[in-house]
Design a protein around this ligand. Structure first.
Ligand SMILES: *Cc1c(COP(=O)(O)O)cnc(C)c1O
Length: 455
């Protein structure tokens, strides 16, 4: 366990000492206080609300989570790509405190306030493309996805929506339908919304090496034969799939889909909920493929941990819905908007997008070295601070979910919070806060390597 370089240690909003940036195990995980909370959780919270690591968090920031037993865990998950700016970013904390002293809520659609508009202006400026844009704010990623589809249907006066294999878009009814994976997201929760169709993805590790153009042609043929452009309102896709396994499509796949959508009056929606806000080393992952989506859906990394989401896109599409057709009681809550403006300021002024690229270089370098030494790592992929390993049986290439779970369990017991994903449950994903130090990151990867060895 190493101590962090103090020059990289963040300070708190008041300038006081920040959390020690170290892995520190005082008890077994979970310790007695965490066990107490987990027992209360079992009695009070619905079982369907699962947890990755059985701890009771009392503080978090930089690159660590501290639990009630005073264990300090290395965070390689960022609360699922949310706390890119850290869990207690000083700018976010100060901005939310100031807003809290002013007012907590009016409902923007009743009596509006400035920071909602300022967030919309920022999103219009930062998302890909220099066309005229509008934004609308919501609370969760799923809610924003639902609204993007609503808007696309209203604008095109068409109904069908195409989502892709391995897609994840949320847990509400429409977004469950858009999501590919049955267990745990869909099984028993139907019936699902109609007019949702699925197309094949580009998955270079598992599709026999189709080029981006070939994979796009395969998807487009299927869409044309099974749905028809004249019925299709929108294509929705994650530029790099998140829950589905951090799948980076082959070069050329996304541009070909965008081109086809544009030629056929189909709205192209990029779900950048997980990939957005610097995570991949660019503001948005669409930039790596040089695509300009018609609508961009954002959430997770947008507001330093406060609940906020958005749909941003072409003014003519966004403006097609009638007044009152979009909104919600809490959408664009002033505390969340204050947090978003401060988080965006932090991404910009604290060099966090550059930092995502540096983190990516460390991750890719170390994980590739591990892969060379151990063929059970079938693939290392990702961009910026969104990187994953896919674990397989080296003889057959078959997904190895048992090994994946064993490594994750080893990590959790040894003070490293890491998440798995993938349709086959055989992907370990790395999504550290962009405020983590190299020392902590490397130490965390060392624990993963140890887990791989002992599994
Ligand atoms: C997490 C996620 C969602 C859903 O966001 P919630 O805020 O959990 O509703 C949608 N799309 C993608 C790509 C996600 O990663």
């Amino acid at each position: 366990m190493t101590l962090v370089d103090t020059s990289a240690t963040p300070t708190t909003a008041t300038g006081g000492p920040a959390l020690a940036q170290e892995r520190r195990l005082v008890t077994a995980i979970p310790g007695p206080r965490s066990q107490e909370l987990m027992a209360r959780k079992a009695e009070a919270v619905a079982s369907g609300v699962g947890t990755t690591i059985p701890v009771s968090v009392v503080a978090a920031g930089g690159g660590v989570l501290v639990d009630a037993d005073d264990n300090s865990l290395i965070d390689l998950g960022s609360g699922i790509a949310v706390t890119g700016v850290g869990n207690a970013n000083p700018r976010v904390v100060a901005a939310v405190k100031a807003q809290l002293d002013a007012f907590t809520h009016t409902c923007f659609t009743v009596a509006p306030y400035e920071n909602y508009v300022a967030v919309a202006e920022k999103l219009n400026e930062l998302t890909p493309g220099d066309h005229v844009k509008r934004s609308a704010l919501f609370n969760s990623g799923a809610e924003a996805v639902e609204n993007a589809v609503k808007i696309a249907r209203h604008f095109t006066k068409k109904q069908a929506v195409v989502a892709f294999d391995h897609a994840y878009h949320g847990r509400t009814n429409l977004t469950m339908g858009l999501t590919a994976k049955n267990i745990p997201y869909k099984s028993g929760f139907g019936p699902f919304a109609s007019e949702v169709y699925r197309a094949p993805l580009s998955y270079p590790f598992r599709d026999g090496g189709l080029s981006g153009a070939e994979a796009a042609a395969r998807a487009i043929t299927q869409i044309e034969k099974q749905v028809g452009a004249e019925n299709l309102a929108a294509i929705i896709i994650e530029p790099i799939q998140g829950e589905g396994g951090f799948i980076v499509p082959a070069q050329g796949f996304l541009p070909a889909l965008v081109e086809w959508a544009r030629a056929n009056d189909v709205v192209f929606i990029a779900d950048e909920v997980q990939t957005g806000f610097g995570r991949t080393g660019a503001w948005f992952a669409s930039e790596h493929d040089g695509i300009v989506p018609d609508l961009v859906v954002t959430a997770k990394g947008i507001a330093g941990g406060l609940p906020l989401s958005a749909v941003t896109g072409r003014a003519e599409i966004m403006d097609s819905a009638m007044a009152g057709g979009l909104g919600g009681t809490y959408g664009g809550n002033p505390l969340a908007c204050a947090a978003a403006l401060a988080a965006i300021e932090s991404y910009e002024s604290d060099g966090l997008i550059e930092r995502a690229r540096e983190i990516g270089a460390v991750l890719i370098g170390r994980l590739n070295a591990m892969r060379t030494a151990d063929p059970r790592i079938g693939d290392v992929r990702g961009r910026g601070a969104m990187v994953a390993i896919e674990l397989v049986d080296p003889a057959t290439g078959a997904p190895d979910a048992a090994l994946t779970n064993a490594i994750a369990k080893h990590a959790h017991q040894n003070g490293v919070v890491v998440l798995t994903c993938g349709t086959y449950g055989n992907v370990i994903r790395f999504l550290p806060p962009l405020t983590i130090s190299d020392e902590l990151l490397i130490e965390g990867l060392g624990v993963i390597a140890e887990g791989l060895k002992t599994a």
